[in-house]
Design a protein around this ligand. Structure first.
Ligand SMILES: Nc1ncnc2c1ncn2[C@@H]1O[C@H](COP(=O)(O)OP(=O)(O)O)[C@@H](O)[C@H]1O
Ligand SMILES: [Mg+2]
Length: 102
């Protein structure tokens, strides 16, 4: 992540995040409740964009590819980087779409 910033309307949740996550390693993040861990994870593969009020700036680079580049196809980047949430959740599409997504 390079200079990653996330705003929910006027609330600046993630401020200039610069992190390198090594390939093939288990990486843990532990910080207090509400500090932005889930927001950070959802920003990695642009799931955060399902929130209409969100604004993201900066870069998420995976194998040298910026996932926030304007020409990026989000379904393609999500084949490289997925997110398993704590609780099951539906994707922002129809129930039929959710059931047949796989
Ligand atoms: N959709 C949203 N709209 C506005 N504020 C949000 C939204 N999602 C999370 N937040 C706020 O962003 C902050 C970080 O939340 P979150 O990433 O869930 O923290 P954590 O996972 O570390 O507990 C919290 O203050 C939370 O209230
Ligand atoms: Mg969380």
């Amino acid at each position: 992540m390079r200079n990653l910033n996330v705003h929910f309307d006027s609330y600046h949740v993630l401020k200039n995040i610069n992190v390198d996550i090594p390939d093939g390693a288990i990486t843990a993040m532990h910080r207090p409740f509400g500090c932005g861990k889930t927001t950070l994870l959802k920003s990695l593969n642009r799931l955060i964009e399902s929130n209409r009020e969100v604004k993201v700036t900066g870069e998420v680079l995976v194998d040298g590819e910026n996932f926030y580049a304007p020409d990026v196809e989000v379904t393609q980047i999500r084949k490289k980087l997925g997110l398993l949430s704590q609780r099951p959740t539906t994707l922002p599409m129809s129930i039929y779409g959710n059931m047949t997504f796989g």
